[in-house]
Ligand binder design. Sequence first.
Ligand SMILES: [Zn+2]
Length: 254
Amino acid sequence: MLYRMEGIVIRSTDYGEGNKIITIFTPSHGKQGIVVRGARKPKSRYASLAQLFTLGDFSFYKTGQLGTLNSGEIVESFRGLREGLDAAAYAAYMVELCDRAVQDEDAGGYLYYQLKAAMTAIAEGKDPQILARIFEMKIVRAAGYAPVLDECVNCGRTEGPFRFSPAGGGALCRNCVYRDPTAIELEEPVWKLLRVFSAMDMRRLGNIAVKESSAQQLKTAMRRWFDHHLALNLKSRHFLDQWERGGDFFKPVT
Ligand SMILES: [Zn+2]
């Protein structure tokens, strides 16, 4: 059967002699795996279409698990995502998150448009670290593991202070914090940001300025949340960690 749909390339791997297998994330059919014959040959018209991050219009035949590309066109190459190392590293992290956290046919259109908006914003030069945090929140919502942030998970109390408890499912008030001794303290602005991120539609992103200390706490909170609920062991996250630590990972060889 011949299918035609828009999608973003969230994985691209070499396959056999000169071919690639790509996974596209689509608004209507979740993830789809497609073989792109000849994509690694220098003169292939589909070499760019099969690159990671490309947003394209794909037409493919599919009978079993994998499709075979029939034709396709680039809608948006997101070149800006490949130009800077940090843009590329965060974009790679987001597409890998999508690939690993989303089941094949589920997820619907909402998450697709969040990813598309995130890629567009990174390509436009918005802070990729903050975009990654917002997108993480979109992923946990889509996966059904969103934290409760507006009230105590245990007793429903709405006045803080709260602690953030991945094991407990979100906010724990002063009376209930005994339930999770590992719950972490977050500054009030960080709570506000988490709530904003949780409700936000990335298609309507404004300018979000976040202090460095808040950015660190957001990272810690989301990481603890992921490790507890969706332990994915992402390659791109190890890479990002090296990058953020600014080790000698990227120093030129002299
Ligand atoms: Zn409580």
